[in-house]
Design a protein around this ligand. Structure first.
Ligand code: ZN
Length: 483
């Protein structure tokens, strides 16, 4: 089945065809680094990461660019987020953004989110953003007023095509003082005049100032991915004004489409309530991973289709955790049994079952990256694996290798939910090697009639969950089943 994606721009599912064969250029709006990331960020970036992982699994060479917003942008209150954070933490603004950039990557690493290929920072692309504002002035799509530059929405009839909003419905959330210098309330800043106390500011043809929020994504996407590029990802909560603004100014400046496919993730609520700082109901990723294993949080995020909203609650995460453990415990048992499995090809019945489940899994992923349905297939596969492992007849090495490959590729490479114990085969192999070594030493003890020591080794290994069984053909071992 060819890959089909739901394109927010056209509001329908389309067959995915990249501009260059075999390559995908993808841009995702990154975080504003003025505080620790919250679980809403986890939902967004796990969703986007799974898309990237699947494209790579399908053989595409993906260039994944995600910006770091380290230049101040005004909150509804008129405050600048970065200056507010710097005051709160008593840090230099650049110290603040460095601290929270590192914090963000650390959180993402824990969630198994593969780092973007390029993480450009807004503060490193000021000349490009000034050039964009100048180009738009030159082309009649922007105007200067009071040291700021605004995009003129009335000059761009397509404004609103992404979010479906109409210009005459639009109200600006900005303060009255700003409204006065704008020609239309929906006009948005490409460049803002800086007050003297505004620390992050640069020279421009219009005086000292700083870029408007949408400008950075336009210039960084075009610089590193070209225009049009393939996929623009992000969160639905930023479709307006941010994504709409990016799109309008990029297309008005370059005269060609901005991005071919817009893939936007649904939002996250907390116990049924929208998560927001002002309501005080936010959970940071750090708080969440101190309570649950990070990959359980990841599995929870994938349990709903990426475009749908998801509600974060204790019960829902616990349920996702149980499912995650079932999958990982089966995958771990497969790996552990591999070392001592009898030689032989894969059992034909298991091979057919595995091939059918793999095809189902891929069909779901090809249907607009339906990881939630794919996860369901992984559960069905795990039921089959548990039957296999519980059968009287010992599965062959070939059968176990097939199961192991399924978990590694689909649960590991694509969904990113395989625990390190399973994913790190060298540790499983090392563990098996150490067990074999202890069995060998214990046999020598028994041969030299050191029965007490040999029994002690056996008892200690049992405490550690390794059961030894002495038979006529020597000693075998197995991992004690939990629960
Ligand atoms: Zn953006």
């Amino acid at each position: 089945m060819p890959l089909r994606v739901y394109n927010v721009l056209t509001r329908r599912k389309e067959e995915f065809e990249p501009t260059q064969e075999g390559r995908v250029h993808m841009y995702v709006c990154g975080p504003t680094v003025y505080d620790h990331s919250h679980i809403g960020h986890a939902k967004l970036y796990v969703s986007m990461d799974t898309i990237v992982r699947y494209l790579r699994y399908q053989g595409y060479t993906v260039r994944y660019v995600q910006n770091i917003t380290d230049v101040g942008h005004l909150l509804d209150t008129g405050e600048d987020r970065i200056m507010k954070g710097a005051r709160r933490d008593r840090l230099e603004p650049m110290e603040l953004v460095e601290r929270y950039t590192r914090s963000y990557f650390k959180d993402m690493d824990a969630l198994g989110v593969v780092r973007p290929d390029i993480s450009p920072r807004a503060s490193g692309h000021i000349p490009e953003q000034i050039a964009l504002a100048q180009t738009l002035i030159d082309k009649g799509h922007a105007y200067e007023a009071g040291g700021s530059v605004y995009f003129d929405v009335s000059s761009w009839p397509e404004y609103g095509k992404l979010s479906g909003r109409r210009v005459d419905e639009m109200q600006s959330g900005a303060r009255i003082a700003v409204l006065d210098e704008k020609r239309h309330p929906a006009d948005f800043a490409l460049w803002k005049k800086a007050e003297p106390e505004h620390i992050l500011q640069w020279d421009s043809p219009w005086g000292r100032g700083y870029p408007g929020w949408h400008a950075e994504c336009s210039v960084m996407a075009q610089k590193y991915l070209g225009q049009p590029f393939d996929i623009h990802g992000g969160g639905l909560e930023n479709i307006f004004p941010h994504n709409e603004g990016e799109l309008a100014q990029s297309e008005a400046a370059q005269g060609v489409p901005f991005a071919n496919y817009w893939l936007l993730a649904g939002t996250l609520s907390l116990d049924g309530v929208k998560m927001s700082k002002s309501l005080g109901n936010t959970i940071t990723i750090k708080e969440a991973v101190s309570r649950w294993r990070p990959l359980i949080i990841r599995a929870f995020m994938l349990s709903t289709h990426y475009r749908n909203p998801v509600d974060f609650s204790e019960r829902a995460v616990q349920a996702a955790g149980k499912g995650w453990e079932r999958i990982n415990s089966a995958a771990l048992r497969v790996r552990r049994r591999l070392g001592s499995a009898p030689d032989g090809d894969a059992d034909p019945g298991f091979h057919d079952f595995s091939a059918a489940k793999r095809a189902e899994f891929l069909d779901h992923m090809d249907d607009d990256f339906n990881a939630s349905a794919a996860l369901g297939v992984l559960h069905e596969f795990t039921r089959g694996v548990n039957t296999l492992l519980g059968a009287a007849e010992e599965p062959t090495r070939g059968t176990l290798e097939e199961a192991d490959g399924f978990y590694r590729q689909l649960a590991g490479d694509v969904l990113g939910i395989l625990s390190e114990e399973v994913a790190d085969s060298s540790s499983a192999e090392r563990e098996a090697g150490l067990i074999e070594l202890l069995i060998e030493l214990r046999s020598q003890m028994r041969e030299s009639a050191s029965w007490a020591e040999a029994d002690r080794v056996r008892a200690r290994m049992k405490d550690l969950g390794v059961v030894l069984e002495d038979g006529p053909e020597g000693t075998t071992w197995r991992i004690a089943e939990e629960g």
